[in-house]
Design a protein around this ligand. Structure first.
Ligand code: PAF
Length: 279
């Protein structure tokens, strides 16, 4: 495995791979890697000759300066994990390398980006589109891997590659959970032991709502989750919406969609967590 920090060196190495006819998989990450990322890397290693993992905390997707400052950075441990999982290249550029000048591109993925995370985190998906498109141009991967925990991000990246005409196959991979159900997230390391216990309520509420949903209306199921969270001290619900998994627009009745997904965002103390469940 090689650690690369510039686009020029990355291009040289990958051009050599392409000349040999090798296929390239890309796993974009912001580092602080956990088993969820490892599952994406394993999938890429299984499906491609060469796997590039980018580790870059992208400033343009943070709408909260403190969140950017506190985001965990653990490159050494990340490289150890990636070596174990069989990645070929780790691409860990500086901010100047990725943004030699300000990226003034403005994307619109309406109505996918006007709801949920797009509504709560202004500019977030524009920043995601800026960096992911730059990574696609730098790596030119055959396939790119994203986790379904960021359900809306995955839908928006699929739309972005259509809009920009980028010939990469986007592969969505299932959420990986702790044994007790908490969805893995780099932000989980920021939770105090007490907050970590409270955060367990999120997956419990979602799993139990799936049982509740059999025989109950969509609005009752939404209220079930909302009340579950509101009745847990220390958790502050930002939204719980049941949406159509393709359009990301809210649905009012189960019969409105064949693909209902419940998406939640909340604060556990100062840590913002998201999760989702397919009904
Ligand atoms: O999901 C993430 O970790 C980030 O949003 C991504 C896709 C690596 C872009 O910075």
């Amino acid at each position: 495995m090689e650690l690369i920090c510039t686009k020029k060196e990355l291009k040289e190495k990958l051009d050599a791979c392409r000349e040999k006819g090798l296929t390239i998989g890309l796993v974009p990450t912001m580092g602080a890697l956990h088993e969820g990322h490892a599952s994406l890397v394993r999938r890429s290693v299984a499906e491609n000759d060469v796997t590039v993992v980018s580790v870059f905390v992208n400033p343009t997707q943070f709408n909260d300066k403190n969140d950017l400052k506190n985001y965990p950075r653990t490159l050494e441990a990340d490289c150890a994990l990636l070596e174990r999982e069989g990645a070929s290249f780790v691409f860990a550029p500086s901010v100047e390398e990725m943004y030699p000048e300000e990226d003034t591109r403005v994307f619109s993925f309406a109505p996918l980006d006007t709801v949920m995370e797009g509504a709560c985190r202004p500019g977030h998906f524009n920043g995601v589109a800026q960096i992911v498109s730059k990574l696609f141009y730098a790596v030119e991967p055959h396939k790119a891997y994203f986790g379904e925990k960021d359900f809306q991000q995955l839908a928006i990246i699929r739309r972005m590659v259509q809009q920009l005409g980028i010939g990469v196959e986007i592969v969505g991979c299932p959420i990986v959970r702790e044994a007790d159900g908490l969805a893995l997230s780099s932000r989980n390391t920021l939770l105090s032991p007490e907050e970590r216990m409270r955060a367990l309520t999120i997956s419990r509420a979602l799993f139990e709502s799936k049982e509740f949903a059999c025989g109950n209306s969509l609005s009752a199921t939404r209220a079930f989750v909302e009340n579950y969270i509101k009745n847990t001290p220390g958790l502050e619900l930002e939204y719980y919406l049941i949406v159509d998994g393709d359009t990301l627009q809210e649905v009012q009745e189960w019969s409105d969609t064949g693909y209902a997904v419940g998406c939640i965002a909340l604060f556990c103390g100062n840590v913002r967590l998201i999760d989702n469940i397919k009904y």
